[in-house]
Ligand binder design. Structure first.
Ligand SMILES: [Zn+2]
Length: 164
C-alpha cells in the first residue's frame, strides 16, 4: 500500500475531526448515528427498554438506551440468567446521558446511549472491579466491551463500542 504521495491519504489527513468525536468509540458512533446533541436525535435513536418485562431481577424497570445496543444487552442477560450470573448485577447507575468526559471536549459514549454503568459503587474508576471472569466472558461474547479491561480502568462501564 502506497502512503507517501498518495492523494487519497493526503486528503484524508486533512480532515479535521471535531474534538467531541475524537475517541475510537466516539468516531464509530458519530459515523453511524451522527451528533447526539442535535435536536431530534434522541427521538430517532433512543428507546425506552422495559427491562423488567423479561428480566424482573433487573434493578430498574425501564431505561433509555440506543436502539442498537439493547438487543446486545438482552442477549447477554438471557445468557447470564441461564448460568445464574445475572445476580452479580445489583444496581443500575447510568445509561443515556449527553455529557463530556471529565475535563475533556470529548463526548462520553453515554451521549449516544451506547453504554451502561452497573454496580458503580463497587466498581469505581481505577479499580479492577468485582465482576467474575465468567460474567465478563458472556458480555464480551455478546459484543459488549467492559471498561475493566482498559488501561484507565472503569469496571462499571459496559458499551457497544470500545472506549470511554
Ligand atoms: Zn460509563
Amino acid at each position: 500500500m502506497q502512503k507517501e504521495g498518495d492523494g487519497m491519504f493526503n486528503d484524508a489527513n486533512e480532515i479535521k475531526l471535531p474534538p467531541a468525536f475524537s475517541g475510537p468509540g466516539q468516531l464509530i458512533l458519530y459515523t453511524r448515528y451522527g451528533d447526539p446533541r442535535e435536536p431530534g436525535w434522541a427521538n430517532k435513536w433512543i428507546i425506552n427498554w422495559h427491562v423488567q418485562q423479561l428480566h424482573p431481577w433487573f434493578p430498574q424497570e425501564e431505561i433509555q438506551i440506543h436502539k442498537h445496543f439493547w438487543p446486545l444487552l438482552q442477549d447477554a442477560f438471557f445468557e447470564l440468567e441461564r448460568s445464574g450470573l445475572h445476580t452479580e448485577i445489583r444496581t443500575f447507575d447510568h445509561c443515556h446521558h449527553v455529557a463530556h468526559l471529565y475535563e475533556s471536549p470529548v463526548l462520553s459514549v453515554h451521549s449516544w446511549g451506547a453504554a451502561i454503568d452497573l454496580n458503580a459503587a463497587d466498581n469505581p474508576k481505577g479499580t479492577t472491579g468485582t465482576w467474575s471472569a465468567d460474567f465478563n466472558k458472556v458480555m464480551t461474547k455478546n459484543g459488549i466491551y467492559c471498561g475493566q479491561n482498559w488501561q484507565n480502568k472503569e469496571p462499571m462501564h459496559f458499551a457497544m463500542v470500545e472506549g470511554e
